[in-house]
Write a protein that binds this ligand. Structure first.
Ligand code: SF4
Length: 183
Protein backbone atom coordinates (compact mmCIF):
# COMPACT_ATOMS: atom_id res chain seq x y z
CA UNK A 1 0.00 0.00 0.00
CA UNK A 2 2.77 2.41 0.95
CA UNK A 3 4.51 1.93 -2.41
CA UNK A 4 1.26 2.69 -4.21
CA UNK A 5 0.78 5.85 -2.16
CA UNK A 6 4.40 6.86 -2.69
CA UNK A 7 3.73 6.57 -6.43
CA UNK A 8 0.68 8.81 -6.10
CA UNK A 9 2.83 11.25 -4.16
CA UNK A 10 5.48 11.22 -6.89
CA UNK A 11 2.78 11.80 -9.50
CA UNK A 12 1.54 14.84 -7.55
CA UNK A 13 5.09 16.11 -7.15
CA UNK A 14 5.69 15.68 -10.89
CA UNK A 15 2.54 17.64 -11.74
CA UNK A 16 3.46 20.51 -9.44
CA UNK A 17 7.08 20.54 -10.64
CA UNK A 18 5.87 20.86 -14.23
CA UNK A 19 3.39 23.61 -13.36
CA UNK A 20 6.09 25.45 -11.41
CA UNK A 21 8.57 25.20 -14.30
CA UNK A 22 6.00 26.36 -16.83
CA UNK A 23 4.99 29.38 -14.75
CA UNK A 24 8.61 30.23 -13.94
CA UNK A 25 9.50 30.14 -17.63
CA UNK A 26 6.63 32.53 -18.38
CA UNK A 27 8.21 34.95 -15.91
CA UNK A 28 11.58 34.16 -17.46
CA UNK A 29 12.63 33.23 -13.93
CA UNK A 30 15.38 30.78 -13.18
CA UNK A 31 16.32 29.92 -9.63
CA UNK A 32 20.07 30.22 -9.44
CA UNK A 33 20.33 30.30 -5.67
CA UNK A 34 20.65 33.52 -3.77
CA UNK A 35 21.66 34.88 -0.37
CA UNK A 36 18.10 34.43 0.83
CA UNK A 37 18.27 30.73 0.04
CA UNK A 38 14.85 29.16 0.56
CA UNK A 39 16.56 26.16 2.15
CA UNK A 40 17.25 28.49 5.09
CA UNK A 41 13.53 29.21 5.51
CA UNK A 42 11.73 27.82 8.54
CA UNK A 43 9.48 25.46 6.59
CA UNK A 44 7.03 23.25 8.45
CA UNK A 45 5.61 20.19 6.77
CA UNK A 46 2.19 18.82 7.62
CA UNK A 47 1.78 15.35 6.20
CA UNK A 48 2.91 11.96 7.48
CA UNK A 49 3.15 10.63 3.95
CA UNK A 50 5.69 13.28 2.95
CA UNK A 51 7.68 12.59 6.10
CA UNK A 52 7.72 8.86 5.33
CA UNK A 53 8.81 9.55 1.75
CA UNK A 54 11.56 11.94 2.83
CA UNK A 55 12.85 9.44 5.40
CA UNK A 56 12.77 6.80 2.67
CA UNK A 57 14.96 9.11 0.58
CA UNK A 58 17.32 9.73 3.47
CA UNK A 59 17.60 5.95 3.81
CA UNK A 60 19.14 5.83 0.32
CA UNK A 61 22.07 8.01 1.41
CA UNK A 62 25.46 6.59 2.35
CA UNK A 63 25.77 6.10 6.10
CA UNK A 64 28.41 8.80 6.60
CA UNK A 65 26.42 11.39 4.62
CA UNK A 66 23.29 10.50 6.55
CA UNK A 67 25.14 10.79 9.86
CA UNK A 68 26.48 14.25 8.90
CA UNK A 69 22.96 15.38 7.98
CA UNK A 70 21.63 14.12 11.31
CA UNK A 71 24.43 15.94 13.15
CA UNK A 72 23.46 19.14 11.34
CA UNK A 73 19.82 18.43 12.20
CA UNK A 74 20.68 18.35 15.92
CA UNK A 75 22.38 21.74 15.67
CA UNK A 76 19.48 23.11 13.63
CA UNK A 77 16.95 21.82 16.11
CA UNK A 78 18.73 23.15 19.21
CA UNK A 79 19.09 26.61 17.70
CA UNK A 80 15.61 26.83 16.22
CA UNK A 81 13.70 25.29 19.12
CA UNK A 82 15.41 26.67 22.24
CA UNK A 83 13.97 25.13 25.40
CA UNK A 84 11.09 27.13 26.83
CA UNK A 85 10.92 29.55 23.88
CA UNK A 86 8.88 29.78 20.73
CA UNK A 87 10.59 28.38 17.63
CA UNK A 88 12.26 31.08 15.66
CA UNK A 89 13.69 31.26 12.15
CA UNK A 90 17.43 31.64 12.51
CA UNK A 91 18.05 31.36 8.78
CA UNK A 92 19.96 28.16 9.31
CA UNK A 93 20.56 25.99 6.27
CA UNK A 94 18.39 22.87 6.08
CA UNK A 95 20.46 19.90 7.29
CA UNK A 96 19.76 18.11 4.02
CA UNK A 97 21.41 20.86 1.99
CA UNK A 98 25.03 20.01 1.39
CA UNK A 99 27.26 22.33 -0.60
CA UNK A 100 24.22 24.09 -2.02
CA UNK A 101 22.49 20.94 -3.18
CA UNK A 102 19.55 19.07 -1.72
CA UNK A 103 20.73 15.57 -0.79
CA UNK A 104 17.22 14.19 -1.31
CA UNK A 105 16.09 16.31 -4.25
CA UNK A 106 13.71 13.71 -5.64
CA UNK A 107 12.19 13.17 -2.19
CA UNK A 108 11.91 16.80 -1.07
CA UNK A 109 8.54 17.89 0.31
CA UNK A 110 5.86 19.88 -1.45
CA UNK A 111 6.64 23.26 0.05
CA UNK A 112 10.26 23.01 -1.14
CA UNK A 113 8.89 22.49 -4.63
CA UNK A 114 6.25 25.22 -4.64
CA UNK A 115 8.28 27.96 -3.00
CA UNK A 116 9.43 30.97 -4.95
CA UNK A 117 6.59 31.90 -7.30
CA UNK A 118 3.69 34.27 -6.58
CA UNK A 119 0.70 32.06 -6.03
CA UNK A 120 -2.88 31.73 -4.91
CA UNK A 121 -4.66 29.28 -2.63
CA UNK A 122 -8.40 28.73 -2.37
CA UNK A 123 -9.79 27.27 0.84
CA UNK A 124 -13.50 26.57 1.33
CA UNK A 125 -15.24 29.37 3.17
CA UNK A 126 -12.24 31.70 3.04
CA UNK A 127 -11.13 34.49 0.78
CA UNK A 128 -8.51 33.44 -1.76
CA UNK A 129 -5.02 33.72 -0.34
CA UNK A 130 -2.41 35.43 -2.47
CA UNK A 131 1.24 34.81 -1.68
CA UNK A 132 4.21 36.78 -3.00
CA UNK A 133 7.15 35.25 -4.82
CA UNK A 134 10.66 35.23 -3.43
CA UNK A 135 12.61 38.50 -3.51
CA UNK A 136 15.10 37.13 -6.05
CA UNK A 137 12.39 36.90 -8.70
CA UNK A 138 11.48 40.60 -8.52
CA UNK A 139 7.94 39.55 -9.29
CA UNK A 140 6.44 42.81 -8.09
CA UNK A 141 7.42 44.44 -11.35
CA UNK A 142 5.65 41.83 -13.51
CA UNK A 143 1.93 41.10 -14.02
CA UNK A 144 0.76 38.13 -11.95
CA UNK A 145 0.75 34.85 -13.84
CA UNK A 146 -1.80 32.54 -12.23
CA UNK A 147 -0.20 29.79 -10.15
CA UNK A 148 -2.85 28.06 -8.10
CA UNK A 149 -1.54 25.73 -5.41
CA UNK A 150 -5.04 24.48 -4.54
CA UNK A 151 -5.15 21.33 -6.72
CA UNK A 152 -1.79 20.16 -5.39
CA UNK A 153 -2.89 20.67 -1.78
CA UNK A 154 -6.17 18.86 -2.46
CA UNK A 155 -4.44 15.91 -4.05
CA UNK A 156 -1.96 15.82 -1.17
CA UNK A 157 -4.81 15.77 1.36
CA UNK A 158 -6.36 12.76 -0.37
CA UNK A 159 -3.06 10.86 -0.38
CA UNK A 160 -2.50 11.75 3.27
CA UNK A 161 -5.93 10.40 4.24
CA UNK A 162 -5.20 7.09 2.55
CA UNK A 163 -1.73 6.97 4.14
CA UNK A 164 -3.20 7.55 7.59
CA UNK A 165 -5.80 4.85 7.01
CA UNK A 166 -3.14 2.35 6.00
CA UNK A 167 -0.63 3.19 8.76
CA UNK A 168 -2.87 4.16 11.67
CA UNK A 169 -1.25 7.60 11.98
CA UNK A 170 -3.44 10.12 13.76
CA UNK A 171 -3.27 13.70 14.94
CA UNK A 172 -1.53 16.74 13.58
CA UNK A 173 1.99 16.85 12.28
CA UNK A 174 3.98 20.06 11.98
CA UNK A 175 7.67 19.36 11.57
CA UNK A 176 10.76 20.81 9.98
CA UNK A 177 13.05 18.56 7.98
CA UNK A 178 15.48 18.66 10.92
CA UNK A 179 12.82 17.23 13.23
CA UNK A 180 12.00 14.54 10.69
CA UNK A 181 15.63 13.50 10.69
CA UNK A 182 15.83 13.26 14.45
CA UNK A 183 12.65 11.59 15.56
S1 SF4 B 1 14.61 19.24 1.87
FE1 SF4 B 1 16.02 19.83 0.25
S2 SF4 B 1 14.94 21.44 -0.93
FE2 SF4 B 1 13.87 21.23 1.04
S3 SF4 B 1 14.78 22.80 2.38
FE3 SF4 B 1 15.94 20.85 2.71
S4 SF4 B 1 17.68 20.95 1.29
FE4 SF4 B 1 16.19 22.51 0.62
Amino acid sequence: MTNKLFQQLVDNYTTMDRAWEMTASQYNFQCKGCEDNCCTSLFFHHTFVEKAFLIHGVGQLAQDIKKEAQDRAKIYYNKTFPAGKMPESRKIMCPLNQDGRCLVYGYRPMICRLHGLPHELHKPGASPFKGPGCPAGQFDSAPYIPFDRTPFYKKMAKIEIKFRQSTGKVGKIKETVAQMLLF
